[in-house]
Ligand binder design. Structure first.
Ligand code: MF3
Ligand code: CO
Length: 290
C-alpha cells in the first residue's frame, strides 16, 4: 500500500486531496485491521462516481427483469427468456454480462426447480405448471456491471415450494438490510443462514456472492452459511451481491457434466435464490439492483 501525504491526490482517483477524501476512512479501516479483523483492499472500495454508474446499470437490469416478469408463462421455452433478456438489454443500451463470460453461451441463467443456478436457456426446456424458476440477469452499462435475480412461480406451485421461495426472498431482504458500515459480512451470513435454518432449509456452501461493479465477479467472495468468524469488515463504497441459494432438502450439489455449468441439488429437492446488488453507504446500505 502506498503511503500518501495528506495533500496528494487521493488514491481513489476522485481528484480531491487525500486529506479531503479517503484519509479518515483509511484510518478507520486501519484501526479495525489492528484489532484483527479482515479488512477490504482499496480496490473493493468504489467512488461515488463509480456507484452512480453501477446504479444506472442496476436500473436497466431491473427493467430487464420487469420485462421477463411481464412475459414469463407456462409453456414458454427458457430460450424465450434468453431472447427477451438479450433484446431488452440491447434496447436499453446495455450488454448482457453472461454472454460469452468464461464461455457461457447465453445472455441469462434460467434455473428451474432442482437446478440451483447457471441453468442454460434451451429450446427444449419448456416451463410447466408448478415450476419455480430463477432468472438471473446481469447488465453491463457504460462499463459498469450490475447483477440481480428473481424467482417466478408458475401456476399451481406446491405450498412447500412456494414457502421456500418466499422465505428465500425474506432471507435476501433481511440479509441486505443487515449491511451497514463497520459491520461485517458475518452479519449478512448469520441473518441469511438463521432464517434458512429456522425453516428447516439448507444453504448451499460452495457457491456464493461477490463484489461487483467494475468487473462481473470481484473480490470478496461471500458465503451465506453459518459464519465461523466475523468475516470481512464492511466499509462505505463496497458493492457486492447478496444471493444465497437455499434448498428445501440437503445442501449437497453437483455440476452437470455435459454442459459444465448447471448446478443441481444432489437429492433432487427444489432450490430457490434471489439476488440483489447492494452498496455500503455512510449510514447503512443502498440496494442498487433487484
Ligand atoms: N449471475 C451469476 C451470479 O449471480 C453468474 C452467472 S455466470 C454465467 O453471479 F456465466 F453463468 F452467467
Ligand atoms: Co451474482
Amino acid at each position: 500500500m502506498t503511503i500518501l501525504s495528506r495533500n496528494d491526490p487521493c488514491w481513489c482517483g476522485s481528484g480531491k486531496k487525500y486529506k479531503k477524501c479517503h484519509e479518515a476512512l483509511d484510518h478507520m479501516v486501519e484501526s479495525y485491521r489492528l484489532k484483527g479483523l479482515l479488512v477490504p483492499e482499496r480496490a473493493m472500495i468504489k467512488t461515488k462516481a463509480q456507484i452512480d454508474g453501477i446504479r444506472e446499470s442496476g436500473l436497466r437490469n431491473v427493467e430487464v427483469l420487469d420485462r421477463v416478469a411481464e412475459k414469463i408463462c407456462i409453456g414458454m421455452p427458457t430460450i424465450e427468456i434468453d431472447r427477451i433478456v438479450y433484446e431488452t438489454t440491447k434496447a436499453l443500451g446495455g450488454i448482457p454480462a453472461p454472454l460469452n463470460y468464461e464461455g457461457y453461451p447465453k445472455s441469462v441463467c434460467t434455473s428451474v426447480n432442482d437446478q440451483v443456478c447457471h441453468g442454460i436457456p434451451d429450446e427444449d426446456a419448456i416451463l410447466e405448471d408448478g415450476d419455480i424458476v430463477n432468472v438471473d440477469c446481469s447488465t453491463i452499462f457504460n462499463g459498469y456491471f450490475s447483477d440481480s435475480s428473481r424467482m417466478f412461480m408458475l401456476g399451481d406451485v406446491d405450498p412447500a415450494w412456494r414457502k421456500l421461495v418466499e422465505v428465500t426472498h425474506d432471507a435476501v431482504l433481511k440479509g441486505a438490510q443487515a449491511v451497514k458500515p463497520w459491520g461485517t459480512l458475518a452479519d449478512v451470513a448469520r441473518t441469511v443462514s438463521g432464517i434458512a435454518r429456522a425453516n428447516g432449509y439448507s444453504v448451499v456452501r460452495e457457491i456464493g456472492g461477490h463484489g461487483v461493479g467494475i468487473e462481473f465477479h470481484e473480490d470478496p467472495w461471500i458465503g451465506y452459511t453459518e459464519p465461523e468468524d466475523e468475516g470481512m469488515l464492511l466499509v462505505p463504497g463496497m458493492v457486492f451481491t447478496v444471493e444465497p441459494m437455499i434448498n428445501l432438502g440437503g445442501p449437497e450439489i453437483f455440476e452437470d457434466e455435459d454442459n459444465g455449468w448447471t448446478i443441481y441439488t444432489e437429492d433432487g429437492s427444489p432450490s430457490a435464490q434471489w439476488e440483489v446488488t447492494v452498496a455500503v453507504t455512510e449510514d447503512g446500505h443502498e440496494i442498487l439492483a433487484w
